[in-house]
Design a protein around this ligand. Sequence first.
Ligand SMILES: Cc1cc2nc3c(=O)[nH]c(=O)nc-3n(C[C@H](O)[C@H](O)[C@H](O)COP(=O)(O)OP(=O)(O)OC[C@H]3O[C@@H](n4cnc5c(N)ncnc54)[C@H](O)[C@@H]3O)c2cc1C
Length: 338
Amino acid sequence: MLTIHSWHDLTAFNTLAMPAKAQFFAELSDLNDLPELLDFIAKQDLPSLWIGGGSNLVLADEVPGCVVHIATKGIEIQSDSEESVLIKVAAGESWHGLVTHCIENGWYGLENLALIPGSVGASPVQNIGAYGVEVADLIDQVEVFDTLSNTFDVMQKADCQFAYRDSLFKRNPGRFIITSVRFNLSKQFEAKCSYAALQGWLDAQGIKELSAQAIFDAVVAVRQSKLPNPEVLPNAGSFFKNPVVSNDCFEGLRQIYPEIPNYPDASGVKLAAGWLIDQCGWKGLYRERVGVHKDQALVIVNHAGGSRQDIDELADDIKQSVFNRFSVRLEQEPIAYP
Ligand SMILES: Cc1cc2nc3c(=O)[nH]c(=O)nc-3n(C[C@H](O)[C@H](O)[C@H](O)COP(=O)(O)OP(=O)(O)OC[C@H]3O[C@@H](n4cnc5c(N)ncnc54)[C@H](O)[C@@H]3O)c2cc1C
């Protein structure tokens, strides 16, 4: 049954643990309740925010309109052959839970994306990626409710306009409610461990025979050693995207900083945002309520009830100092709402 709460505390619904209050809040665990919920939102003419794990959000202290926590569950096999499997997964399933389930069943492709917090429904929004894999590589279709046309729609992968940490869904906030995602997974395992940190862990463990479980274990171990657990120290993962600069800009920077980490990119050269921030001396910075993680300059943490203003001020100061030193503009990765 659908229950709508007023001025609901969202602290437990965002991994930065911002003490935000939603004007209205509902949990959607049955898609059959969607029409009633949309009707409530339309009749009151409310803005709406559809969330999963709240691990990529920076919320304001008061969130106007209706926040809907999508909690629908279900993993359905839609086609099964010797080579591959097509599975349709409800938006409210846990992302890491899905990765684990797939490995247990011998369905491969998602193992490099283990331990990313959040829900399946949010995974296409910023085209989650880690250790050389992006979720778009495995997505076949996305089912949505389009609030513009008021219809359910099935979007093929090509329609989703996936790019680095970007998609049609991210560029049209509030328009598409993702109800399920269909993945095309292989039954033949192919290891992707070109990332030095991953290979280094496997070498250190003496693992020569690669399996999906070995990659999964390596990803989990490397992530746990590098990133703070939001349940212990509230954070939203990488706070800035890795900036892509032109070849000319990169050459200019390399003259001054020969050691600058860089990666080839289709539209120029990708730089490591964490390295740029670290060079500006931010790692481990502690302000009254918020700060920068002591081991990972890319992660902003909320030590003690920090507000949206605290986070915004720190993020702006970091951006400004990186720009002053390198003339590179950083872009925030988590979505600020509203
Ligand atoms: C410790 C940590 C590590 C992280 N590591 C990575 C990483 O390696 N790679 C990476 O890409 N990201 C990473 N992230 C970011 C985050 O986990 C992902 O972006 C994740 O997909 C967000 O899922 P969520 O369910 O928490 O989304 P939310 O934070 O709840 O929502 C994020 C956005 O998606 C929208 N949204 C959510 N669900 C739906 C839906 N069903 N329909 C329509 N819109 C929806 C929301 O409106 C919002 O705009 C990390 C975050 C943390 C805290």
